[in-house]
Design a protein around this ligand. Sequence first.
Ligand code: UT7
Length: 380
Amino acid sequence: MMYAQVTGWGSALPSRVMTNQDLEKLVETSDEWIRSRTGISERRIAGPKESTSTLAIRAAKYALQVADLNPRELDLVIVATTTPDYPMPSVAALVQDGIGAARAGAFDLNAACSGFVYALSVANGMIASGSAENVLIVGAETLSRWVDWTDRGTCVLFGDGAGALILQRSDLPTGLRSCILGSDGSGASLLNVPAGGTRTPITAEIIQNRQNFIKMKGPEVYRFAVSVMAQAAQQALTAAGMTADDIDLFIPHQANLRIIQSAMKTLKVPPEKVFINVQHYGNTSAASIPIALCEAIAEGRVKAGSNLLLVGFGAGLSWGSAVLNWGVTPSSVTDSWWRSMVRNVQGREAAVRSFALRAHRRLELVGTHALRRFNGWTEA
Ligand code: UT7
């Protein structure tokens, strides 16, 4: 039996902080309203040179550093995101190139805020089936680019960031103990970006009506979130043959403090067993669980042998919950000069490799054109 052990983790957040007070200047809202209804005090907003892929690449590089893994050894890169850099290619392809994962396949996965749990499940399955040995999964979002900054019902909620894990094949029986994935597409219109896809392409009128931004029926999503979070968590516990008492730390999707508290109350989980950082980052969708996990590790709340319960929900509607048995002792990465030099070289190697591949492609094209022209001449 093969298991998928988490051996590396990393997160990346934009440096720009947007506080509730900053939002008071943009829309009719107040710090008091936002904090009391959501628990959010501030969020991070991507700078002009940042995007989903740049945040994902930063998080991935940290995770590789913790795992002490050469990116060339990765077999697969999965990026969970709803806010890709482009409609195509995938963010995962940009990450694969950016970190120099020369041998890896790469694809994006869109399950909105539940995406990271979905990615974890797929990576685990690939490793357990023997199809992959080393997998990078990233949850990354730049929701600030899709938020309507004139809509106070949504713009106060979201933030940008990325979190990544490395999963490696292991004989040790640790890793995913259970995973529940769910979807209810009948609720698709409760949280969506109505235009910009193939059904409703962007037109001047669409932009004027602001249909290319996130729309949400907040109270309906709230009701769904509270019940599905408790339900999915309970199902994952049952599937793992555990109760809430067996879990050392609950790491829920960070959308709203009230949703988390209400779901945890239903599950009878004491607050000290729940990791919360929504106050600092708002809702970062697919990135929220891995960012929270990385912070929980940094705070010493995850140890070898810890049982973690991850639970997410979001657009789709979608949900996912997993019980994860943590297998390694999270020690802080002390970088020897040698390791940091090797990584530096690997970083440059990725850039050089990418440049060389692009140059080769261009030369090939020039060569083909030249050959065609030459053949044309000789045939004429
Ligand atoms: O990742 C999954 C995604 N989403 C979620 O998990 C979000 C789920 N929903 C929620 O978290 C909550 O529904 C919100 C935080 C979005 C809204 O809280 P609420 O308690 O459900 O408020 P509401 O939408 O029922 O609105 C109550 C009032 C309304 O005013 P009136 O009609 O009562 O006069 C809103 O217009 O609050 C008003 N309001 C605001 N006031 C100040 C809505 N947004 C704001 C705001 N500042 N930012």
